[in-house]
Each structure stands twice: as structure tokens, then as C-alpha cells.
Design a protein around this ligand. Structure first.
Ligand code: FEO
Length: 169
């Protein structure tokens, strides 16, 4: 059985994952109307789906442990970005924020002596290491490219391969 504190903290994380899914969905929709970046668009859509999966995994866990997972109200995310580079900077910032929240959750699970939740959260700890690594790799590549259109063409060409390599999918 989840403690009230643990349940509230997990429900807060459900909201963060739902918001993440929305943020990346908005990035995907914005990218989709830019010419010539179909793989970048696909990357954002896929990332949005992954966040929804993170959210669902938490919802099932809370409900299976005798709690009640609450589906949150969500704010509208940022809809447009000045450039692809800005979007990826935002993605990295967002993932760092998510990691901080996961770390706090782990801390709460220990203070609540909830070892089942602590064990469950290790999947998210590992996932965040991968997500941050991927976001950093993509930002580094974009830094190297600068403002060159040909670079962005190549970035679009290999983004899905890079994502698969870093995430080990
Ligand atoms: Fe579910 Fe990208 O954090």
C-alpha cells in the first residue's frame, strides 16, 4: 500500500510526464510544418509517445499498489520556437528538470521506507540517464552545425539513427 505522501509524489510525476508528452507533441506539430525536417518531426512525435508511456507506467503502478492515479489538468505548452536549435535546447532543459523530479521521488521513497516504489523508480533513473545523454548529443551536433542549412539537412538525415544508438532501442 502506498503512503499518502508517496501517492501524492507519484501523482505529481504523472503530471510531469503528461506535460512532457504535451511539450514534445507541440514541438512535433511545429516541426511538421517546417520544410524538409521530416525525421526531426518523427523524432518529436516518437518522444511524445515515450513520455505518454512513462506516464501510463506510473498510472498502472499507483493503481496496482492500492492508490489512485489522478489524471491531471495540463497547461498549454509552448507552440512555436525561433529555430530547431531552440527547440532542442528546451528539450534538454526539460529533461534535466524531469531528472531532478525523479531524484526527489527516489529520495521520498527512501524516507517513506517504500522499497517497492524505490525499486520501481530505478527504471526511471536509468531512462533519464539515456534521455539526458541523447538530448546533450543532439545539442552538441547542432552547435557544430551552426546556422548552415546543409548541416541541418544532415542532422535531419541521421537523427533517428543517433536516437536509436543512444537509447539502445
Ligand atoms: Fe519521461 Fe523524458 O522524461
Amino acid at each position: 500500500m502506498l503512503s499518502k505522501t508517496m501517492q501524492a509524489a507519484l501523482n505529481e510525476q504523472i503530471k510531469i510526464e503528461a506535460e512532457s508528452s504535451q511539450v514534445y507533441l507541440a514541438m512535433a506539430s511545429w516541426a511538421e510544418i517546417q520544410p524538409g525536417i521530416d525525421n526531426i518531426t518523427a523524432f518529436f512525435y516518437r518522444h511524445s509517445d515515450e513520455e505518454r508511456f512513462h506516464m501510463l507506467k506510473l498510472i498502472h503502478f499507483v493503481n496496482e499498489r492500492g492508490g489512485f492515479a489522478t489524471v491531471p489538468a495540463l497547461e498549454q505548452p509552448i507552440l512555436t520556437y525561433p529555430s530547431i536549435k531552440h527547440a532542442f535546447k528546451e528539450l534538454l532543459k526539460h529533461e534535466i528538470m524531469v531528472s531532478e523530479h525523479i531524484n526527489k521521488l527516489v529520495d521520498i521513497s527512501l524516507s517513506e521506507k517504500d522499497f517497492a516504489t524505490h525499486n520501481f523508480l530505478q527504471w526511471y533513473v536509468a531512462e533519464q540517464i539515456e534521455e539526458e545523454a541523447l538530448a546533450r548529443t543532439l545539442n552538441d551536433k547542432l552547435e557544430l552545425i551552426g546556422d548552415e542549412k546543409s548541416g541541418l539537412y544532415l542532422f535531419n538525415q541521421d537523427i533517428l539513427t543517433v536516437a536509436t544508438e543512444v537509447e539502445g532501442e
